[in-house]
Ligand binder design. Structure first.
Ligand SMILES: CC(C)(COP(=O)(O)OP(=O)(O)OC[C@H]1O[C@@H](n2cnc3c(N)ncnc32)[C@H](O)[C@@H]1OP(=O)(O)O)[C@@H](O)C(=O)NCCC(=O)NCCS
Length: 208
């Protein structure tokens, strides 16, 4: 669930001395002297809570051998929340719009992939407004104590279409119903779908 933004560095260009260039590989075999240098990244896992937790940032020490399905630490394949743990841009390339580009692209990819119902992250106060500009909502002080705590829980469920909504749409057969579901969902992301679903008369069951 990661995304990287790379640029091709020619030998002796300023990019070829970037901190990430040491481990970079040639982007294509025809130009082995060039390097595909990592400029920005997103690292995420899935979790089964609505917000990012300390468990979601942790991982079982024996994860390479075997992981119990009851262990809540680390990636939870069946979780419906994408826990965005790290967004980073190389210091020399910050405040040029790369962070915005990579995060917008990531949100769009997750939106179309349909793998989750929301994206969650934790942010310190100085970046709350930044994430709000992407549609994340500040849910208040986080219980996560990672790195000393002091985080805010931020959740974006407006862009990612939840599984429950897709199922409701599949069961609907007329346009007014579809419009009702979408409008209710957009105005109240938490409970709208279940409220509307109870009003919708399904002529046939397609799923569930
Ligand atoms: C936070 C970060 C990902 C933003 O990416 P970026 O490419 O630098 O940011 P963009 O160019 O997309 O957007 C710039 C805007 O982001 C906000 N912003 C970026 N860094 C900020 C900071 N340290 N404090 C406050 N606002 C900040 C500002 O609104 C800024 O607009 P401005 O330059 O007009 O003031 C990047 O600065 C970074 O990697 N920082 C270090 C790691 C980090 O803190 N990651 C986030 C938590 S995991």
């Amino acid at each position: 669930m990661t995304l990287g933004l790379f640029a091709t560095a020619k030998p002796n260009s300023s990019l070829s001395s970037a901190a990430t260039a040491a481990t970079a590989h040639p982007p294509d075999s025809a130009n082995p002297d060039n390097k595909g240098v990592l400029l920005a990244h997103i690292v995420s896992t899935k979790c089964d809570s609505v917000v990012v937790t300390d468990d979601s940032m942790d991982f079982p020490p024996d994860w390479r051998q075997s992981v119990s399905e009851h262990d809540r630490r680390g990636h939870q394949e069946k979780g419906r929340t994408i826990a965005l743990h790290s967004l980073g841009v190389l210091p020399a390339y910050q405040r040029m719009g790369l962070g915005r580009t990579v995060l917008k692209s990531y949100i769009q990819r997750m939106e179309t992939a349909g793998v989750a119902d929301r994206i969650a992250l934790i942010a310190h106060g100085h970046l709350v407004e930044y994430y709000e500009s992407f549609g994340f909502v500040n849910k208040g002080e986080s219980a996560a104590q990672f790195g000393g705590g002091g985080w805010n829980d931020m959740v974006d469920s407006a862009h990612v279409i939840p599984q429950s909504m897709i199922l409701t749409l599949l069961r609907s057969t007329n346009l007014p119903t579809l419009a009702l579901v979408v409008r209710a969902y957009l105005s109240d992301e938490n409970n709208a779908v279940s409220r509307v679903r109870s009003k919708v008369r399904c002529p046939q069951t397609l799923a569930g």
